[in-house]
Structures are given as structure tokens and as C-alpha cells.
Write a protein that binds this ligand. Structure first.
Ligand code: PEP
Ligand code: CO
Length: 451
């Protein structure tokens, strides 16, 4: 990618920036940003370039992208919970690779996914109106004035939490936890108890036999480092532009600017305006980018986003994450696919089957049904098959924990079960069992697509 001219890390400040909190003391906010500008980068430019290369392989149909994690990370997340989210992503990758023979590019919604766009800037309970909860990077979820007031010192806490999470992920993925010979140990008891978990056990036994066979032939996993370690990348929605700007650094090797808060950044469906601050900021950083594409997106807008964010048409640079809804995807997606195909833009197409399928139950739980998630995935694959384009990956909100936030799936969570373990701070996530179940279904779609 060539350096972007008429751009600098502050040029977004001249554009309308939606979804930014109201900081009570703007000077205090700017002081924190200044301090952050001197902190070490969280990721390195070379790693972001490696991810662009891997995503280029996805755009050619030679790999599959699995992007997954929390809707909103909490500052209180435990090390066990981080490990279990990684564990379920590794399980899903093994299922997908085993059945499709294609490598899986693993990208977490993790180590920085702290900021949330909201449909309303305030929340009213009874006759009390307070600022909306915007994620732990801004304020707290409790409904008091103190908790809801935006606090810029939270930006520093977010940086520190992201650094600690990333450190743990690097240790897990490079230090033995991700070794393929541990494939059985990734299956937690509550997952193993489900039909998908049983199926996973059978698959793990086959992988074990293959690893033993290689060992018997003299290929130990110590020698074959690909079996011991995995590449795991981080991503989040680049929502708070002050935070992203403060972590943007010029790469000494290439001279290009990189947003060093994560390997990959995406623009949300609410902030993808062509003349808006988010598009302006992200068009200038050299990280691989995502952009959400919701049901209101027109072909004209999508093509203009491709031109704005990837004018040089670099493969792997731009991932379009469609989140259209199960009932609309079959009609709405093909025209977008055709237009982008005809324009020659090399995008990675990814299906987010979560955000277009959210509803609220009678007793007030925001939820999603596993069958709707599956239906959008099915429609996504059908649309690509119809147009002759490449279904590149999936974008999910999940946790490794045994929560009850989404309906249906492996253990058939019912509406009455939602209250048992409803722990999300924002959107409902698939639990470990539902995630492994989805991986098997996805593998079938992918295999059928390749036949
Ligand atoms: C999200 O990914 O959590 C989100 C808010 O998505 P979208 O921008 O697609 O609504
Ligand atoms: Co969400």
C-alpha cells in the first residue's frame, strides 16, 4: 500500500465524528491522550502486514477467516475467561480445518474491544435519564450518575487491560497451550456433554492418531513448530478516535502509519459515513481494515467505501463484514457482491450473523436464536454461490463460558433459561457448546461450497 497523501493521524478531527462520548473535562481527556502518545505500541507493524498477507490468501479462497470474541470486553475479565475464549476459537479452527483442508486465520474481538456504539446517547429508567453505557473504556454499566459519567482515565486502563490480555494470548498461543497434541484438553466438560462436543471428541481422537503417526515417523511436534504454536491476531471496532490516534505510530521500516492498538480495526455500521471521521482516520493507517455492512447499505455506498479505504486495491487490506439479517440476506447480498466483483476490488467477504438477528424476549432479555444465526450463514453461502464470489469468513460474538444468552443450539437454550447465566455487558454471545456446534455446521457449508 502506498502512503496516503493529504492525511495525518489528526485529520479526522476536521470531520463529524459520531458516537464519541461527552467528556466532562475536555482538557483532562486531551491530557490523557497526550500521555498515551508516549506509551509503547501494543502490536507491531510487521504483524499487521502478516495479517494483511493472510487475509489476501482468504480473498483468493485459500484460507478462511474466523473473527470472534466478546461483544464488549469487560475490565473485570478473568484470565480463565480469556483462556476459555481462546480455547473455543482453537476448537472451532480445528473443526473447520479438519473438514475443509483449508487454513483458518484466527482474529479475536479481544484485547481492545472496549467501546460500544449506542442507538441512543442516554438511557431512561423511571424518571431518571443518564448517559448511555458506552463500554468500559468510557464509563461503567451501573445506573448511577457517577458510574455513567465519562472518565478519560479509563482510556489508560483500557490500554493496560489490552496489554495484559495480549500478553496472555501471546503466552497461550506460543507457549504450548495451543499445541495440537492438546486438542482433547480444549474440550471443556459442559461442551463435551453435548452432541457437538461428542463429535468434537471423535475428531480430536482422529487428530491424535495423525499426530502419533507423524511422531512414529520421526516428526515430533517440537520439530514441527506449526503444530505447537498458532498465529492469533487481535481486532476491535475503532470507535473512539482519540484513543486510536494516540496509539498510531509511523513504522520505521516502511514509513507507513499503523494504528498499533490492534492488528485489525473495523468501522461499525453506525459510523461508516463516507465524509465522516472514522473513514477519514482509517483510510490513512496501513493495518488491515474491516467495515460492517448493514441492511441499509447501498451498492453505491459499498463501492465508495472500497475506493476510500482501499484505493490501491491491495488484496487483504479490506474486509467487508455483512450483517444483514437472516430474512433479508438472500435478496440484499447478491447485488452488493456483484457490484464489488464487477469493480475488481479484492475484498474479503465475511458474514456477521449476529447483529442483524437480535431481538428482545417478553421478559426483556436481548437475545438471538441459533437457528437465525445459522439461517444468515446459509443465506451468505447461497448468495456467494449464486454470484460466484468467495465466502471468506465468519464474524461472531462468543464466549468459552457456559452462559445462556442466545437461544437454541447444542443444549437448546429456551427463553426461560436465559436468566440463569446472562452475563454479557452488551449483546448476547454464543456459549462454548453453541460455538462448537456452529463450527460443525459451517464446515458443512464450506465443504459443500467447494464441491
Ligand atoms: C458490534 O460488532 O458489536 C457492533 C456494534 O456491530 P455493528 O456495527 O455491525 O452494529
Ligand atoms: Co455486538
Amino acid at each position: 500500500m502506498r502512503p496516503v497523501t493529504d492525511w495525518d493521524p489528526r485529520s479526522w478531527r476536521g470531520r463529524p465524528a459520531l458516537q464519541q462520548p461527552e467528556w466532562p473535562d475536555e482538557a483532562a481527556h486531551e491530557a490523557v491522550l497526550k500521555e498515551m502518545g508516549n506509551l509503547p505500541p501494543l502490536v507491531f507493524a510487521g504483524e499487521a502486514r502478516d495479517l494483511t498477507e493472510s487475509l489476501a490468501a482468504v480473498s483468493r479462497g485459500e484460507a478462511f477467516l474466523l473473527q470472534a470474541g466478546d461483544c464488549a470486553e469487560s475490565f473485570d475479565t478473568s484470565a480463565d475467561s480469556i483462556r476459555d475464549r481462546l480455547r473455543v476459537i482453537l476448537q472451532m479452527s480445528v473443526v473447520l480445518t479438519y473438514f475443509t483442508g483449508v487454513p483458518v486465520v484466527k482474529v479475536g474481538r479481544i484485547a481492545g474491544q472496549f467501546a460500544k456504539p449506542r442507538s441512543s446517547s442516554t438511557e431512561t429508567i423511571g424518571d431518571v435519564e443518564l448517559p448511555a453505557f458506552r463500554g468500559h473504556i468510557v464509563n461503567d454499566s451501573g445506573f448511577t450518575e457517577g458510574e455513567r459519567t465519562a472518565d478519560p482515565t479509563r482510556l489508560l486502563t483500557a490500554y493496560n487491560r489490552a496489554a495484559a490480555t495480549l500478553n496472555l494470548l501471546r503466552a497461550f498461543t506460543k507457549g504450548g497451550f495451543a499445541d495440537l497434541s492438546r486438542v482433547h484438553q480444549w474440550n471443556r466438560e459442559f461442551v463435551a456433554a453435548s452432541p457437538a462436543g461428542q463429535r468434537y471428541e471423535d475428531l480430536a481422537a482422529e487428530i491424535d492418531r495423525a499426530v502419533q503417526f507423524m511422531r512414529a515417523c520421526g516428526v515430533t511436534s517440537e520439530r514441527l513448530s506449526e503444530l505447537r504454536q498458532v498465529d492469533f491476531f487481535t481486532s476491535h471496532e475503532a470507535l473512539l478516535l482519540g484513543y486510536e490516534e494516540a496509539l498510531t505510530r509511523r513504522d520505521s521500516l516502511t514509513g507507513g502509519w499503523y494504528d498499533c492498538s490492534a492488528h485489525m480495526l473495523w468501522i461499525g455500521d453506525r459510523t461508516r459515513q463516507l465524509d465522516g471521521a472514522h473513514v477519514e482516520f482509517l483510510r490513512g493507517v496501513h493495518n488491515p481494515l474491516g467495515c460492517k455492512v448493514g441492511p441499509s447499505a447501498t451498492t453505491h455506498e459499498v463501492l465508495a467505501l472500497c475506493e476510500a479505504l482501499n484505493p490501491d486495491r491491495v488484496p487483504g487490506r479490506l474486509t467487508l463484514i455483512t450483517r444483514i439479517g437472516a430474512t433479508k440476506v438472500v435478496d440484499a447480498l447478491p447485488p452488493l457482491l456483484e457490484a464489488v466483483r464487477d469493480s475488481g476490488h479484492p475484498v474479503v467477504w465475511v458474514c456477521d450473523p449476529m447483529h442483524g438477528n437480535t431481538f428482545t424476549t417478553d421478559d426483556g432479555h436481548k437475545t438471538r436464536h441459533f437457528d437465525d444465526v445459522l439461517a444468515e450463514v446459509s443465506g451468505f453461502f447461497a448468495a456467494h454461490r449464486f454470484v460466484g464470489t468467495n465466502p471468506g469468513g465468519i464474524h461472531l460474538e462468543l464466549t468459552g463460558d457456559d452462559v445462556t444468552e442466545c437461544l437454541g443450539g447444542g443444549a437448546d437454550v429456551a427463553a426461560a433459561d436465559l436468566e440463569h447465566r446472562y452475563e454479557t455487558m452488551c449483546d448476547p454471545r454464543l456459549n462454548g457448546m453453541q460455538s462448537v456446534d456452529l463450527a460443525f455446521r459451517l464446515a458443512e457449508f464450506l465443504r459443500n461450497g467447494r464441491e
